[in-house]
Every structure is written in structure tokens, then in C-alpha cells.
Design a protein around this ligand. Structure first.
Ligand code: HEC
Length: 152
């Protein structure tokens, strides 16, 4: 093998390593960081009865969305990240990590009652660091945040 061949092989190896790193990053930021223990909790126990019938009052408008965005940025972004990817600075050292809610909010499991319960009760039922918001936010404010999450 001459020097050129050796260098070419090295080059290929470096490219392969970079590609697999990028794929790992996508897994972490993309699908791996939804809240598995919350999903398991709901599959085992269902939602508490008082949340099962909760539905977003129809007709959220542009003002609700703007309000939802402001509320999201001040109450949620520190952990879930400005774009909802689960990458906020305050979440870095948490275990479990904050979820990628921009992605989760578009999945079938993310029903109105599920999201309303999650935000109201926070991490209490699943023993995570997410704070409960039921005594911090008004019901209408929680719905505004949910409307914002759905179109993030
Ligand atoms: C102190 C950090 C922190 C803050 C602030 C926070 N969360 Fe969370 N959140 C978490 C963590 C950690 C999880 C994952 C464990 C769990 O489900 O509780 C989570 C999970 C979630 C989930 C569940 C996602 C899934 O896959 O089921 C939703 C929805 C959510 N958060 C929404 C919000 C919203 C909306 C706010 C603001 C009103 C907020 N969170 C504020 C830490 C936080």
C-alpha cells in the first residue's frame, strides 16, 4: 500500500465516523427524547378521571396562539427549549430529560386530556422534575399553550 491509499482509507473512515455521529445526534434530538415513563404510566393507569373529558374550547385564534407562545417562552422554554426540542439549558442535567414536545404534540397520543393533565400535574405522577402548573397558570392559559404546541 502506498501513502496515497492509506490517506484515502483514513479519509473514508473519518467521513463514516462523522456520519454516524450526526445520526446519533438526530436520534437524541429527534425521536429518543419523548417521555417514555409518562407514556408507560398512561398505558398502565389511563388518565385520572377528572382529566379524561378535558377538551380545548373550540376556536383558538391568532391572539390565543400569540399568548400561548409568550406563556411557553416564560414557563417551558428553559427546559424544553425555545423550539420545543427538549434542549433547554435548565434541562441538561435532568434525569429524565425534558421531552421533545414539538414532535410529541403532533402524535395521536398527545390528546387534549393528555396534554392538559401533563401540564397541570407536571412530573408529580411520574416522578420527574417537571413542575405542576395547575396553580400557576389559568385553565385558559394552559389551552393557549397547548394550541401553540400543536403548531410548533
Ligand atoms: C424544570 C423543567 C421543566 C419545565 C419548566 C417544564 N417541563 Fe415539561 N417535562 C420536563 C421533563 C423532565 C419531562 C419528561 C418527564 C415527564 O414526562 O414528566 C417533561 C415532559 C413534558 C411533556 C410530556 C411529553 C411526552 O412525551 O409525553 C409535555 C407535554 C411537557 N413536558 C410540556 C411542558 C409545558 C407545556 C411546560 C410549560 C408550561 C413544561 N413542560 C415545563 C421538564 C420540564
Amino acid at each position: 500500500m502506498n501513502m496515497k491509499t492509506i490517506l484515502a482509507i483514513f479519509g473514508v473512515l473519518i467521513v463514516l465516523a462523522a456520519v454516524s455521529q450526526a445520526q446519533m445526534g438526530m436520534m437524541r434530538g429527534g425521536m429518543m427524547n419523548m417521555s417514555m415513563q409518562r407514556h408507560h404510566y398512561v398505558m398502565r393507569n389511563g388518565l385520572p378521571e377528572e382529566y379524561a373529558g378535558k377538551h380545548n374550547p373550540p376556536g383558538s385564534n391568532a391572539e390565543d396562539l400569540a399568548q400561548g407562545k409568550t406563556l411557553y417562552q416564560s414557563n417551558c422554554a428553559a427546559c424544553h427549549g425555545a423550539r420545543g426540542l427538549g434542549d433547554g439549558p435548565a434541562g441538561e442535567s435532568l434525569n429524565p430529560r425534558p421531552a421533545n414536545i414539538a414532535r410529541f404534540a403532533k402524535m395521536p397520543m398527545a390528546s387534549d386530556p393528555y396534554l392538559f393533565w401533563t401540564i397541570s400535574e407536571g412530573g408529580t405522577p411520574v416522578k420527574s422534575a417537571m413542575p405542576p402548573f395547575k396553580s400557576v397558570l389559568k385553565e385558559q392559559e394552559i389551552w393557549q399553550i397547548i394550541a401553540y404546541l400543536r403548531q410548533m
